[in-house]
Design a protein around this ligand. Structure first.
Ligand SMILES: Cc1cc2nc3c(=O)[nH]c(=O)nc-3n(C[C@H](O)[C@H](O)[C@H](O)COP(=O)(O)O)c2cc1C
Length: 222
């Protein structure tokens, strides 16, 4: 059985959010192609995780056998989020562009998932590359939306795109290799013109195709 982890990070709800529209479409298409899929939903847009603080860092960097009860309590949410990622074969992530980067809700989720001894190991014996991922073999679909346009490589605003590179840099914490990230982005949302409508249409088509492909039903996508 496949497990799909759906993460939503838009502060807007279903009636207004384009990324929720894409993650919803992706999930429905995935389920239609692979009905026995287990779907885990984590909505950090609606219910943001608290920011990490000095107590979180102290707890995370204390070896499990030496942790005081308050440390286990402080890490409980992080443990739950990591368990969801560990269980997932495919992660679909609604990632709106906010101020050229990711929403703080999504960054907060990453800050809880990136944990020493859980999602990465750190060993200076490895020289200048001390970090190694612990999870592997997962696929990531980033479904984004932007008010402006031209953020793809080679585009007029590619140099302003602080969202996609940041997600790619962190993907190893989720067990995703660089060539297993697919990004689909709606653009022109703030222009509300034909270019936007065409962008929504193209993104929906691609999101459906990607869902079929990742559900193992690539032949149906043709
Ligand atoms: C707080 C906020 C910040 C935004 N910052 C940017 C930005 O830096 N660049 C951009 O192109 N669009 C920006 N937008 C537009 C959003 O990317 C766009 O509305 C997108 O559709 C949001 O995703 P959603 O529809 O799932 O909520 C911003 C929107 C909001 C609400």
């Amino acid at each position: 059985m496949t497990t799909l982890l759906r993460i939503d990070a838009s502060a807007q709800l279903e009636d207004r959010s384009l990324t929720r529209r894409l993650t919803g479409l992706f999930t429905r298409t995935f389920l239609a192609a692979a009905p026995d899929t287990r779907v885990i939903r984590r909505d950090v847009g609606r219910t943001p995780v608290p920011a990490i603080d000095h107590r979180f860092i102290h707890a995370a960097f204390t070896p499990p056998e030496a942790r005081a009860p308050w440390m286990d309590a402080r890490l409980a949410l992080s443990d739950a989020l990591i368990a969801e990622v560990a269980a997932a074969d495919v992660i679909v992530m609604g990632a709106p562009m906010y101020n050229y980067g990711m929403p703080s809700a999504l960054k907060g989720w990453i800050d809880h998932v990136a944990r020493i001894g859980e999602t990465f190991s750190f060993d200076l014996a490895r020289g200048d590359a001390p970090i190694e991922p612990i999870l592997s073999g997962k696929r990531l679909a980033v479904l984004s939306s932007r008010g402006e346009f031209g953020f793809a490589p080679g585009g007029a605003r590619a140099h302003l795109n602080a969202l996609d590179p940041a997600l790619a840099a962190c993907a190893h914490y989720f067990g995703v290799a660089p060539d297993h990230i697919e990004t689909i982005a709606i653009e022109y949302q703030e222009f509300k013109d034909d270019r936007h409508r065409a962008s929504v249409e193209a993104a929906e088509l691609r999101a459906r195709g990607l869902a079929l492909e990742l559900a193992g039903a690539g032949a149906l996508a043709a």
